[in-house]
Design a binder for this molecule. Structure first.
Ligand code: UD1
Ligand code: CA
Length: 463
């Protein structure tokens, strides 16, 4: 359903999230490597593209920085005086181009799905409701706002702390999920009537419900039972539970599409990761960010990929880390390899145990199989890097590049002091400290010549 400019959305993300006990604003808490807010925004964006605003306040700078692509869609709430004040602040920003309907979602509902949000908004607009919200019925109503009804009709929402059985009657178990849809023409005039006359001394958005109901406006609480996708995150325990829910859902979707996931309970895959059917992944492992995994590629247990590309038929063995790295078709990596940002392995290259790469490119079929550090380096096709080889790329001030030509052979334990150039087909003797270029097809040796001395000279030693 397309509503054009008839619908806008606001995500409330200005609060501190005190109960998280974290300096990070709650909406930036990561779930599977992505900030909580990202999930809410991607559930809403399809409903009204370009019209999903985010209300920010506490550490607004950090939230802005985490979503640079949404610049222009932020609204600042300088003081966080409560969710009712949040709505009034948002409306101030939107009133110049007022939408007929406004949907408001608390930023701490990362499990909200596009289909749920769409069904709720669609029904609210179809029924021309003045005010609707999503409610749940839970065995433990915790700190949620409690929905009041009379003869089945919603009469108000009372916050947990303000609830008084003598006044409000017994609890029904129905709570407010914090997702609303307002017909703005009917509801905006009620905003000035909100006050902060309650236990927390905050302006509550939820007071709009009683105000609207008392005026005979059409108010509906759309009950979604105990749907786990609609409960918010307020505490570390709730975050962990929500993350586990997302994790299982994402893994399930990949399995359904034909990705083989073994020991799936330990596999953590971010929502933007792309995996082709036919990839073979064993848990526990983590694949985050914009990573992608090609068909026939394998990831063994205990690997972590962040914004890394594993092309078709590449084989990542256990205990590898790859960040902003590209691992070409048919490469073998690990066990125990670390590919830092800017590492590129061309087709069929091999990187073995305890090898660290940073801004290093290994040409087609090149090998660095044991105990090496290659930083700011270019390694040609089919070159072989012996065990213990180090590119000395940093002189304490600047970083310098090492170039190793195609088919070159670097003996074990060589130190290549950059900037330095090893020509195509050149050979570097084991244990060398190479400070000057080695021309193509030449042998470069830079080490003290071995001497053998007769033992008596070293002092009396009896056999
Ligand atoms: C709110 C509802 C409660 C509902 C629950 C669902 C109110 C008064 N209560 O309670 O009925 O059951 O959500 O999760 O709304 N925020 C701002 N600016 C503010 C205050 C809050 O942007 O001035 C944001 C917060 O960052 C948060 C959201 O609004 O994302 C909800 O605020 P929060 O304080 O978490 O409300 P709850 O106590 O959870
Ligand atoms: Ca909340």
């Amino acid at each position: 359903m397309e509503y054009g400019d008839g619908l806008s959305a606001v995500v409330f993300a200005a609060g501190k999230g005190t109960r998280m006990h974290s300096p990070l604003p709650k909406v930036l808490q990561p779930l599977l490597g992505e900030p909580m807010l990202r999930y809410v925004l991607s559930a809403l964006d399809p409903l009204c593209p370009g019209r999903v605003h985010t209300l920010i306040g506490h550490r607004a700078d950090l939230v802005r920085k985490a979503f640079p692509e949404r610049e222009g869609l932020f609204i600042v709430q300088k003081e966080q005086l409560g969710t009712g004040h949040a709505l009034a602040t948002a409306w101030e920003a939107l009133r110049g181009n007022p939408p007929a309907y406004l949907t408001v979602v608390n930023g701490d509902t990362p499990l909200l799905e596009e289909s749920v949000a769409a069904a709720f908004v669609e029904e609210s607009i179809r029924e021309r409701r003045d005010l609707s919200f999503i409610s749940l019925t839970l065995p433990d109503t915790g700190a949620f706002g409690l929905v009041l009804r009379q003869d089945g009709r919603v009469t108000g929402i009372v916050e947990a702390g303000d609830f008084n059985e003598a006044v409000h009657g017994p609890k029904s178990g129905e709570i407010n999920a914090g997702i609303y849809c307002f017909r703005t023409e009917a509801i905006v005039p009620l905003l000035p009537l909100l006050d902060s006359d309650n236990l927390q001394g905050e302006v509550y958005i939820t007071d709009l419900i009683a105000l609207a109901a008392a005026r005979g406006l059409s108010v509906e609480g759309c009950n979604f039972g105990d749907d786990p996708r609609l409960t918010g995150v307020n505490t570390p325990a709730e975050l962990s539970k929500a993350e586990e829910y997302l994790r299982a859902r994402i893994v399930e979707r990949h399995l359904e599409r034909g990705v083989l996931i073994r020991a799936p309970q330990g596999v953590r895959i971010g929502p933007d990761v792309r995996i082709e059917p036919g990839a073979d992944i064993t848990g526990p492992c983590e694949i985050y960010g914009r990573s992608s995994v090609g068909a026939g590629a394998r990831i063994a247990s205990h690997c972590r990929l962040q914004d890394a590309v594993l092309e078709q038929d590449a084989d990542m063995r256990s205990f590898c880390h790859a960040e902003q790295a590209v691992i070409g078709r048919g490469c073998i990596v690990g066990p125990y390899a670390r590919l830092r940002p800017g590492s590129v392995l061309e087709e069929e290259a091999h990187v073995g145990n305890f090898v660290e790469l940073k801004k290093a490119r290994l040409g087609k079929g090149a090998k660095a199989n044991h105990l090496s550090y290659l930083g700011d380096a270019e390694v040609g096709e089919k070159a072989n890097i012996g065990a213990g080889t180090i590119t000395c790329n940093y002189d304490g001030v600047n970083k310098h590049r090492t170039r190793i030509g195609a088919g070159a052979f670097i003996g074990s334990n060589a130190a290549l002091v950059a900037p330095v150039d090893i020509g195509d087909g050149a050979l570097v003797g084991a244990g060398s400290v190479i400070t000057k270029n080695v021309p193509a097809d030449s042998l470069g040796v830079g080490r003290a010549p071995q001497r053998s001395l007769p033992l008596p000279l070293l002092g009396a030693k009896k056999h």
